[in-house]
Structure formats: structure tokens, C-alpha cells
Design a protein around this ligand. Structure first.
Ligand SMILES: Nc1ncnc2c1ncn2[C@@H]1O[C@H](COP(=O)(O)OP(=O)(O)OP(=O)(O)O)[C@@H](O)[C@H]1O
Length: 606
């Protein structure tokens, strides 16, 4: 087939020249998300591709239409070869073979840097098949990022830290510490921690570039050690930006990610079983990534709807690591993010199959508002997401205390929805530009603004709830379980857990006797169901094990449902059918389990 393409290169070029494209549909205003861009970079043909005589098969549509066209050539039974299929892929920005990395940086990547500097989360993904220019693009962009971070043009003092990790399947390695294996854990605040990964302070552009070069050399030597290839793993460079002058400010995060790509069909001949499994794992992680990117983009497009969007970030190690980027929940998320995807494409006509996959993937990542984009939300003074810029500035003037914050400085152009996305640090810094405004005033004002939005979402969701659910009469037990008192007031956490054992609490215990069939001394977990008095001595659970074994005098005793490991790593299930009576003396600690709707399992928060 390759020889056929080379032999008919001239004919192919003539056919492409003569091809009549359908005019591009105009992009509707407001239908795309300015904080989420999908772009394509088509690299030039490489000298060996040119010398073999391959023509280009992927093109940037002239006239700035931001469409990528791809044409394939087929043999004809009778007569000359003709164009087999032609595909068009709309994206937010196309960069053709003549574009430089600096042009790409200035056009779409540069805004990520001040955003992270202000405390936001900025992410750049490079995606594409082997040899399509991902590493070329990411390393070029990293240099420009280093320049912007360190040239002194960004306002304020910040501390910068960098870590670079590699994800290969379920395993993570520290590329700044001799490829030491590390763990990805969630802490009790719901934040993802790269446990064991080293974070290196950055003080100059040279520091940053030297760390990047260390990381890329470690990534490159891995293939020879593991008979692997760099494109079989994801490389994540994370720059954490600390703003110590504003206590309420969250750390800014800038991620530059070189994703594992699909392989060129020509390279797949030597695949063994391990390599096929690896390819499946990569596909799964890219598919979850796509769902997460789309889910998050939907949340961002319609922030005021209060609609629950499923973002399955727990389903792959890659997206778990990038929890900050995707999590729309108030625990880990609600942080304004800017994301850019650069789909790298090899233009060679021999590789159009792989290029089509890359472009199709890029197309799937784009979320446009569709009909929802046309819906104009009516102004409501209690709903900041409905405010235009004029209303924002007026509200700021009236509600920001004394002296009032200058609305023109805090929100020169932002609508209510845009101001909600502003990172706390940036919000406060902008408020401080009004003479006389203190950090305390600015911080309190920022939370007042957010509270208004959160209260509004709550009242929306409770009114939706009361519309959806007919009033149901609860039994005494149901009332008890649904009562807010079960959680207890905030200071309840200061009371030792053994003094506040209640139904629903999860406890860990070490069985001192034969508890529920568990081996003596092993660590177990259980959900407290009721006091043990409710259970007779001879009662057995559904697995046939005696529930109330009597046993040692361990003080008060409770009936618990056992928490058992599920099939996914790190996941747990509550085995309501496996019950056991546990003495308070056996209990060791309260455990917090978090329910994940995506996998339908519980996870331990550490
Ligand atoms: N825009 C470009 N201009 C000139 N050369 C390029 C460009 N993009 C890529 N190249 C060259 O193409 C080759 C492959 O690029 P690169 O290594 O970045 O691909 P990759 O997608 O990262 O591959 P892999 O997945 O195998 O790591 C390199 O020799 C690189 O210098």
C-alpha cells in the first residue's frame, strides 16, 4: 500500500487541489467554552518521509476556518486511483506545518500561566500517535512557560515547586528521583497526593529547564531498560505555585502533560501480549480522560444549572492524579480551570488512519453548548451566574464593605459566572488594588460572593427535590436516620470517637476473638448498624456465620455490617449481608469512606 501511495503521489496531489470542500458552518457565539480549547498541530513532513516520496495527507483549511481536512487515496478496479474518503474535523485552533511553537504558545498556551499564577488550575495536554510531535511540542512550550514564569512580568511574589511523574498503566514513577515508584493517594481533604514524589523548588528559568531535561532523559532511558517506548506512558509535569501573601489563596497548579499516544499502524507488527495489554490500558485511560474532559467542560459551560454531571475521574490513574482538573464536587473542585488540548498530527499520507483517530478523539473532546447556548438566563439578583458585567460591578460597589472595592478593577469585563471562576488568590489580589481595602475585607468579600452562589444552588436543588419527590411520612427510625443530628455539630469531632458511636459510623477494629469469621487480630472495618442488644445469641448472617458470638467482655457492643474489599484496587463494598457484633474495646478508630458514583464503591480517605 505504501508503494502505491508513493507511486501515485502526483495524482493524489492533483485530486486534493481540485477537491471542493463544503463551506464551514459558522461558530455560534457563546457555544464554545473559552476556558477549554482543543487545537491541532500538524507537523511538517520529516526528511525521511519526504525522501521516501510520501505526500501530505492532512491539511489545515485555508482562510482561518480552523478545520483540519484529511483525504485518503484508493485503488480503482478500473481506471486511475481516486480519493477514497475525505474527512473534515473542526477544532478551536489549527496550526499548520509552518507554525512555530512560539506562535502556538502566544496564541493558546500563554494565558494558562497567569491563570495558575493567580491560583487557578491550568492544564495542557499533548496527544497524538507515535512520532507526531508531542514531545517536540511539549518541550518547546515548557521553555516558553519557564520564560514567562521567571521573567518578572507576573505581579507579586510566589514560591514555585515542580514535580514530574510518569504513569505507565497503574504504576507511577518519579522522573526527578531516579524513576522511583510512587503512590497516588487521596488525603482526608479529598486532595490527590503524589506520595513519595519529590517536589523541587524553582528559582530560575535554568532550574526549571534543567529539571525538565533530567526528567526527559530518564523517560528516554526507560525504553531500553524496559523494552518500552516513551509514548507508552503519560508524562505529567506539575508546577505548583504558592502565594504566601494571601492565606486564603489556594496553590495555583500548572500541568503540562505529554500523553501516551496511539501507535502508527506500521509499528504494530511486533506486538506481544504484554504490549497489547499495555495498549488496552492506554486506551482505557484515554477514554476515561475524554469522559472527564467532556464532563468538566459541561459543568463549566452551564455553572448555574446545579445539574449533576458525572465526571468519572476515579476510573483511571491518570485522571485520579489530575483530580484537581476534573472534580466538580465542592470537596476537591469548584476551582476555575483553563485547559488546552493540542492534538499532534503526523501529516504523512501513509499514516492517515492514525491521524484520523487522533482527530476524531480531538473532535470528541469538544463540548459546545448546543441549544443550551442559546438560552439566555434571566437576570436574578440572587443568582450571580445570571449577572452581566454591569450588574457585577454594581453589586461589588454595594456589597464589598468600606471602602467599597472598585468594581472596574475587580471585574473589568467579567460576568457573574466568570467572576465565580476566578481563583480566590486572584480575586483577593484584585480587590487589594483599591486603596484602603485590607486582606481580611477582601477575603470576607470573596466568601460572601461565593456564599451567595452556593446558597442559590442549594435552594435550587432543594426546590427541585421537593418538586420531584412527593411528601413521604417517615417512620420514627427513618426520621432518626435522616436527621441532621446524626452527623452532629462541627465540634463533635473533638469528642473521642468511642463516645459518639452512632448508626452509620464506620469504624476499624482488630478482632480479638473469632469476630464474624474473621481471622483473629486482622484489621477489619464495619458500619455501625445498632446496639448489640437488638441481636439474639443464635442469629446468623446471610453467609451463615453467627453474628453475636458473645465473647470477651469488651464493654458496650454494636452490630456492624462488614466493609469488604471490592474487585477494584483500593475500593470497598459494604457487606450488609455479613454482620458481626463488635465490642467498643475492639474498635480502634473512626474511618471515613467516600462513595464514588462512577465505580459504585467506597474509597478510604487517608
Ligand atoms: N513541528 C515540528 N517541526 C519539525 N520537526 C518536528 C516537529 N514536530 C516533530 N518533529 C520531529 O518529529 C520527530 C518526532 O517527534 P516527537 O519525538 O516529538 O514525537 P512524539 O509524538 O513525542 O513521539 P513518541 O510518542 O514516540 O515519543 C522528532 O524528530 C521531532 O524533532
Amino acid at each position: 500500500m505504501e508503494q502505491f501511495l508513493i507511486d501515485n503521489a502526483d495524482r493524489y496531489e492533483e485530486l486534493v487541489q481540485a477537491f471542493n470542500h463544503k463551506p464551514a458552518a459558522p461558530v455560534k457565539a457563546g457555544s464554545t467554552n473559552p476556558d477549554f480549547l482543543v487545537s491541532t498541530r500538524i507537523r511538517p513532513l520529516l526528511p525521511d518521509e519526504i525522501s521516501q516520496g510520501f505526500p501530505e495527507g492532512v491539511f489545515s483549511r485555508p482562510g482561518g476556518a480552523n478545520i483540519v481536512d484529511l483525504h485518503e487515496l484508493k485503488k480503482s478496479v478500473r481506471g486511475l486511483p481516486c480519493l477514497n474518503q475525505s474527512f473534515s474535523y473542526p477544532v478551536d485552533r489549527v496550526f499548520g506545518p509552518d507554525s512555530t511553537t512560539k506562535q502556538i504558545y502566544d496564541a493558546i498556551i500563554q494565558p494558562l500561566v497567569p491563570w495558575a499564577w493567580g491560583g487557578g488550575v491550568s492544564t495542557m495536554f499533548a496527544y497524538g500517535q507515535t512520532g507526531s510531535g508531542k514531545t517536540f511540542t511539549v518541550s518547546g512550550l515548557e521553555e516558553h512557560v519557564a520564560e514567562t514564569l521567571m521573567d518578572g512580568t507576573l505581579e507579586g511574589e510566589r514560591k514555585l515547586y515542580m514535580s514530574v511523574i510518569e504513569l505507565a498503566g497503574q504504576t507511577a514513577f518519579d522522573l526527578l528521583n531516579s524513576r522511583k515508584q510512587i503512590s497516588i493517594l487521596e488525603d482526608s481533604q479529598g486532595n490527590t497526593q503524589l506520595a513519595g514524589a519529590q517536589e523541587h523548588p524553582l528559582t530560575s528559568k535554568a532550574d526549571l529547564l534543567s529539571l525538565i531535561s533530567t526528567a526527559s532523559s530518564l523517560r528516554k532511558t526507560a525504553p531500553t531498560l524496559k523494552n518500552d517506548s516513551s509514548s507508552r506512558s503519560h508524562a505529567i509535569c506539575r508546577i505548583r505555585i504558592e502565594n504566601r501573601s494571601i492565606p486564603a489563596a489556594e496553590d495555583g497548579l500548572l500541568y503540562l502533560i505529554d500523553l501516551a499516544g496511539s501507535e502508527a499502524a506500521r509499528d504494530k507488527s511486533a506486538h506481544d501480549a504484554a504490549r497489547m495489554r499495555e495498549a488496552r490500558e492506554i486506551n482505557t485511560s484515554l477514554s476515561v480522560l475524554k469522559d472527564c474532559i467532556r464532563g468538566r467542560a459541561m459543568v463549566d459551560l452551564d455553572p448555574g444549572s446545579g445539574k449533576k454531571v458525572h465526571v468519572p475521574f476515579r476510573q483511571s490513574t491518570l485522571t485520579k492524579t489530575l483530580k484537581h482538573v476534573f472534580d466538580p464536587s465542592p470537596v476537591g473542585g469548584l476551582r476555575g480551570g483553563k485547559t488546552v488540548v493540542v492534538a499532534c498530527v503526523n501529516p504523512c499520507l501513509a499514516d492517515t488512519q492514525a491521524s484520523r483517530n487522533t482527530l476524531r478523539y480531538a473532535e470528541l473532546l469538544r463540548v459546545t453548548a448546543g441549544r443550551a447556548g442559546k438560552k439566555v438566563q434571566e437576570y436574578d439578583e440572587k443568582r450571580p451566574v445570571t449577572w452581566g458585567n454591569g450588574e457585577v460591578r454594581e453589586w461589588v460597589g454595594k456589597n464589598s464593605g468600606t471602602p467599597p472595592v472598585d468594581g472596574n478593577v475587580l471585574a473589568p469585563t467579567e460576568s457573574g459566572a466568570q467572576l465565580l471562576r476566578l481563583p480566590v488568590g486572584e480575586f483577593v489580589e484584585r480587590c487589594l488594588k483599591t486603596p484602603g481595602v485590607t486582606k481580611e475585607q477582601a477575603t470576607a468579600f470573596q466568601s460572601k460572593f461565593w456564599q451567595l452562589h452556593v446558597d442559590n444552588l442549594r435552594s435550587q436543588s432543594s426546590s427541585q427535590h421537593s418538586k420531584e419527590k412527593p411528601e413521604v411520612k417517615l417512620t420514627r427510625m427513618e426520621r432518626l436516620y435522616s436527621s441532621a443530628d446524626i452527623e452532629g455539630p462541627p465540634h463533635a469531632r473533638d469528642v473521642p470517637f468511642k463516645e459518639r458511636i452512632r448508626p452509620g459510623m464506620v469504624v476499624s477494629y482488630r478482632s480479638v476473638g473469632k469476630t464474624g469469621g474473621a481471622q483473629m487480630g486482622t484489621e477489619q472495618m464495619g458500619v455501625v448498624l445498632s446496639r448489640a442488644d437488638a441481636v439474639g445469641e443464635r442469629v446468623r448472617d446471610l453467609t451463615g456465620v453467627q453474628v453475636n458470638h458473645g465473647g470477651e467482655n469488651l464493654g458496650e457492643r454494636y452490630l456492624c455490617a462488614m466493609v469488604v474489599p471490592a474487585i477494584l484496587p483500593g475500593a470497598y463494598d459494604v457487606g450488609l449481608w455479613m454482620q458481626v457484633v463488635v465490642g467498643v474495646g475492639e474498635m480502634e478508630a473512626e474511618v471515613v469512606l467516600e462513595w464514588d458514583v462512577a465505580t459504585r464503591y467506597y474509597y478510604l480517605t487517608v
